[in-house]
Each structure stands twice: as C-alpha cells, then as structure tokens.
Ligand binder design. Structure first.
Ligand code: AMP
Length: 378
C-alpha cells in the first residue's frame, strides 16, 4: 500500500502521520488496520521493528474518536474504552509515547499503569476521565481489586508482545481481565513469534476465530540486515571483540551475552581497554537500568551490554550493530536480539562470534531462512 491516505482513517490522524513524516504504512499496518476498524479479532505476527505499535494505535484512536464525535464521550473516571496490555514497563512507556504523538490532535487521553512504580502513582494515573489505558497485567489486576478501575466500558483489548506474557500464570490473569470487560469486547494480540503455548492461549481467550495476519517478513531476518560470522575459539573472545569495537567506535552497538557473569566479564574487558560502555540487564535496580539505557539512547556512550532482557521490545534508534559475544541457544532469542537493529527499513549489522558449539544454531537459522524464502517466493 503506497499511502496511509488509502486507509479509512480520520483526517486528524492522517494529518498527524504526515506531520511526523510517516507516509506509507508498513506491511503489518497495511494488513491490520482495516480488520481492526471492522471490529474483528486479530492475531498479528510480525517481526520486531515492523511498526506493530501504530498498527493497533491508529485503528484504536480512530474508533474512540469516532465514538466521541458521535456524541458519546467518556463521562466517568477510571473507565477506559481501550486497553493495551504490555509485558513490562519499558515497552509500556514506549507504547504510550507512540499514542502521544497522535493524541494532541485527537484530544484523547492516554494513561499508564505499569509495574515498577508505586501503586499510588498508578492509582492517581487512573483517577480521572480518560479513553486509553496502557498497563502491565499485574498492576491492572491490583487496580481492579482496589476498585480504582472498571473495565465495563472497554471496547478493545490489545495484548502487545504477547509471546513475552504467556507464562503459565498468564491465562487466568488474562481471563480475569477479559471477564471484567463487556462480552462483545474486541481482542487483538501481537507477537513477534508464534509458539504452541501462544496458540493455546489464543484459542481459549479469543471470543471468535481471529483474523490471522502474518507479514511476509515475520520470523525472517529483515532484508536490510547484514550478518557477519566471525569464527573464534571458545575462551578467546576478548581480542576479536575489542578489535571490532575499535574498528568502528562510533556505531551504536549492543553487545549480547547469555548470563550476568558473562556480561560482567565483558564489562571488565571494555573498562580495561578504555572503551566506554553501559549495561542493561535483569537483577539491576530499575532506575539504574533506565539511566543506563538513557545514556545509550542519547548517544553519551556508544556501547550497551545486555542479556536477553534487553533484547525484548526496546525500540532504540541508535542501534546500528548487534554483536552476539555469546550466541543464544534458541532461535527466538536470536531473532529478538537482532531485531534491535535494522528497524523500520533502516540498515543494520549483526556480528556473531561463532564457536564450534554454535554451529547447530547457525545451521537451524540457515534452514529456517531457506524455508521462509521458499514460502514467500524470494
Ligand atoms: P514498532 O515495531 O512499533 O516498535 O516500530 C518500530 C519503528 O518503526 C518505530 O521507530 C516507528 O516510529 C517506526 N515506524 C512505524 N511505522 C512506520 C511507518 N509507516 N513508516 C516509517 N517508520 C515507521
């Protein structure tokens, strides 16, 4: 689809997109907006960086504004009409930012209720009248239990990065949330990967068979991504890594390791070599994690060290290169990691330090790419 204006969206939304320099919808946006506008349930599988957020933000705002234009405004506090569930705080903040780029013109109100901040803050956040809530499931349940929030006017529920949410405890929580919504609620789910567990969740949560949308690039590495494999001997990662970073010091680079111990070790090497770097990993104070991320985002340091927690969902503009200092064991983690770069059509580079032990992963990746290429006729 060459232009957003071919989608039946309100002129205010189209103007805001244009003002942001967004002219053509991405694949997932072109396929998802219409079924969501038509009140269908949707399961969208798309690669990270594909523009998934706007794919649901646009139809949601369109529908809520149209309701309001038709004379039905939100008139009671704590009763959202659109609900977006996210697995974690960082993604929640990112999603709310995307909403905010469009809400100044529509004058719809977006609130967040995310884990990781004080409950009081979330309660205050949902105290007034607003249309959209972006929430983590745990925080949402607390607000429901505390009678701070009511879901009986919700028209659409979106689960974003659903593959990150579907641990065994997720289903009862999701059922509780949907149980509080009206029967006719529209449900949509977005995920970078599709697993059996997610499939099982979909069949028990969705009121009807969803429209399944899978972009041709999903589960594939994007064409603007270049991959370099550097063969090394296990235990001898330090020299090739330092050489790579010295060769191209200015490129925003994410280094991935599998464990905290590996991350600490690599941090030590870089400090010794005088290469400024910062870290993003689990078991780190939330404020510290955010401050470190901000330093990388703002370009203060060019190197960010991460474990797989950092590979999930973060939309960071500055990642020109991902280096897998230690390759992960499974393909999903690999796809999430490399999805940090080459986002939305930009070019990106992934460098893998490859030992003998990593050969099975590379072989599986190759096979998968070949299969996907055959399927899409590319
Ligand atoms: P997402 O997959 O939603 O995290 O989006 C990834 C990136 O793509 C974000 O930086 C968006 O601003 C950007 N993006 C989303 N939609 C478009 C579009 N239609 N054209 C160009 N960039 C886009």
């Amino acid at each position: 689809m060459p232009s957003f204006s071919e989608l039946p969206l309100l002129p205010t939304l189209l103007e805001s997109l244009e003002a942001q320099g967004l002219t053509a919808p991405t694949d997932i946006q072109a396929q998802t907006v219409q079924p969501l506008l038509d009140d269908r349930s949707v399961l969208g599988v798309a690669e990270t960086g594909s523009g998934k957020t706007l794919a649901y933000v646009l139809p949601l705002l369109h529908k809520l504004k149209t309701l309001e234009n038709g004379g039905s405004s939100v008139s009671e506090p704590g009763k959202p009409r659109g609900l977006v569930l996210v697995p974690g705080r960082e993604l929640g903040e990112q999603v709310s930012k995307v909403f905010k780029t469009l809400t100044h013109s529509t004058r719809l109100r977006v609130r967040v209720a995310l884990g990781g901040s004080k409950k009081k803050v979330a309660r205050q956040s949902v105290a007034g009248n607003f249309e959209v809530l972006v929430a983590t499931p745990g925080r949402l349940i607390q607000l429901l239990d505390g009678d701070d929030l009511h879901l009986d006017d919700v028209r659409t529920v979106i689960f974003d990065e659903a593959d990150q949410m579907v641990d065994p405890g997720f289903l009862p929580v999701a059922q509780r949330i949907l149980g509080d919504c009206p029967n006719a609620v529209q449900v949509a789910m977005f995920s970078a990967t599709l697993s059996q567990r997610l499939d099982a969740v979909v069949s028990s949560l969705f009121p009807s068979n969803p429209v399944r949308i899978r972009t041709s690039g999903s589960q594939r590495l994007v064409p603007t991504l270049k991959t370099e494999n550097v063969n090394i001997i296990n235990g001898q990662r330090r020299e090739p890594l330092i050489a790579l970073l010295r060769e191209q010091p200015a490129v925003g680079t994410m280094l991935f390791m599998n464990t905290r111990e590996q991350l600490d070790k690599v941090a030590e090497w870089l400090a010794e070599a005088g290469i400024p770097a910062t870290s993003y990993r689990g078991q780190m104070d939330r404020l510290e994690r955010r401050a470190n991320l901000a330093r990388f985002r703002d370009g203060e340091v060019a190197v960010l060290l991460a474990t797989d927690l950092g590979g999930r969902g973060l939309d960071i503009e500055r990642v020109g290169r991902v280096i897998n200092v230690h390759l992960p064991q499974d393909i999903d983690n690999y796809l999430h990691r490399v999805g940090r770069t080459a986002r939305a059509g930009r070019s990106g580079l992934v460098v893998n330090l490859v030992t003998q032990r990593d050969q099975p992963l590379l072989a599986r990746l190759r096979k998968r790419e070949e299969k996907a290429a055959r399927r899409s006729g590319r």
